[in-house]
Design a protein around this ligand. Structure first.
Ligand code: ZN
Length: 413
């Protein structure tokens, strides 16, 4: 399985900056020479010719293959532009002063629990200490290392791509589960009998509400200050700090929620989990401000990405399907109703159920039988994926909850 591990970067800021500045320079040189030759000869420079030209024109402090990666990035961007021209794709034209530096497997060595990242001949490699569980992997496992500048946290991080060579075979036996990534709770998961487990994470909402409120107040205060003044900059730093911390906290919660969903899928003996495709939520369809705030604060994309690899490690496949009308259609009679609040009420047959459970059961019916109405809401249970000890503004201590006390009947939460 291929996974990306994110590690803190302890290299001095100046050293990390120098590396990414050099990558930016190589990229920019490639771009400049490409257009210069195009203007003079009216011909495109081929990627191979450009790399050769670049190599001969400017010596670099980077490893040869790190330099290749920076050069190739320009041609990749050209390719993307060509493919998306109809939708307004533009050819790369901006100079980059900094760029993520990439080490390919050929530039990575492993000794004594440290990765040595090669630079140009005659220069000392950069040593990165890696976690002990990674240090026992064979050399071949280290596919790529990237030095990424995190814009929000304003610091560098290592992104280490590891392929442990262990493919978990997909399960051939088992049932299908459907997950509705909801607005009120992060997820409701239905099985083939219609039993639904709703995963709750009130803290996730509290966290986002806190962030939005605090950000608004900081912005109001900042708007009264002279732009770029000392106090204005201080406010800017506070905003960045708030967003960086909020992002880490959300990420942490999303890891715990998706871990709980994966454990549940495993316990249910699932072979596949179908997720309603919510890509149209949060962009395009305009919700009222409150709902918009709730939805946009949740990273459904990230939750799905976490789910994909956590499930894959158990041999469970994740599939997407359209979630159109799954939250509106009555599972009993098929009428479309617009749910208000957390309850779904059918105006025709009188069915009442939890809104997220209805969505999940409809998704399940769609996934297994190809249409709504074949799976009815059975039992509904709540499960907390974790518990937090502190309020969102004072700290970020969270602990896992024992499954026995994490699950409660509908009335409890
Ligand atoms: Zn009905």
């Amino acid at each position: 399985m291929i996974r990306t591990h994110i590690l803190d970067c302890h290299a001095p800021r100046s050293e990390a900056d120098a590396l990414n500045r050099e990558s930016g320079r190589v990229y920019t040189d490639t771009l400049v020479w490409h257009y210069r030759i195009y203007r003079r000869t009216d011909h495109w420079l081929s990627q191979g010719a450009a790399e050769k030209l670049n190599d001969s024109l400017s010596p670099t402090t980077l490893h040869a293959h790190s330099r290749d990666a920076a050069q190739q990035a320009f041609y990749k961007a050209c390719k993307t532009a060509k493919a998306t021209r109809a939708e307004g794709g533009k050819y790369p034209h901006k100079r980059k002063f900094y760029r993520t530096t990439i080490w390919k497997a050929t530039g990575i060595r492993l000794t004594d629990g440290r990765l040595l990242l090669a630079r140009a001949r005659g220069r000392e490699p950069i040593a990165v200490v890696i976690p002990s569980d990674l240090a026992t992997l064979p050399k071949m496992a280290f596919v790529e290392m990237r030095l990424v500048y995190d814009q929000i946290a304003m610091r560098h991080r290592w992104h280490l791509v590891v392929d442990d060579g262990m493919e978990v075979p997909l399960r051939t036996e088992g049932q299908t589960l459907a997950a509705d990534l909801g607005e009120i709770h992060p997820a409701a998961v239905a099985n083939e009998q219609g039993d639904v487990v709703i995963f709750t994470a009130r803290d996730l909402r509290a966290l986002n509400q806190y962030r939005n409120k605090r950000l608004a107040s900081l912005q109001t205060r900042q708007s009264r200050l002279t732009k770029r003044s000392r106090r204005w900059k201080k406010m800017q730093r506070r905003k960045a700090y708030l967003l960086a911390r909020n992002n880490r906290q959300r990420r942490d919660i999303e890891h715990k929620v998706t871990r709980a969903i994966t454990n549940h899928a495993k316990a249910e003996g699932a072979k596949r989990l179908v997720v309603g495709d919510i890509r149209d939520i949060g962009n395009g369809k305009r919700l009222n401000t409150n709902a918009q705030q709730k939805v946009s604060g949740w990273s459904h994309g990230r939750q799905i990405a976490f789910l994909v690899y956590k499930l894959a490690a158990e041999g469970i496949v994740l599939e997407r399907q359209s979630e159109a009308y799954s939250s509106k259609t009555c599972p009993v009679c098929g009428r479309h109703n617009t749910p208000k609040g957390r309850n779904y009420r059918c105006a025709r047959c009188g069915f009442v159920g939890h809104r997220d459970a209805v969505g999940a059961v409809n998704q399940e019916s769609q996934a297994v039988h190809g249409a709504f109405g074949h799976v009815q809401v059975g039992s509904v249970k709540y499960r907390r994926a974790f518990m937090r000890r502190s309020s969102p503004d004072t700290g970020h201590v969270a602990r896992e909850v024992h499954p026995a006390d994490g699950s409660r009947e509908a009335a409890g939460l």
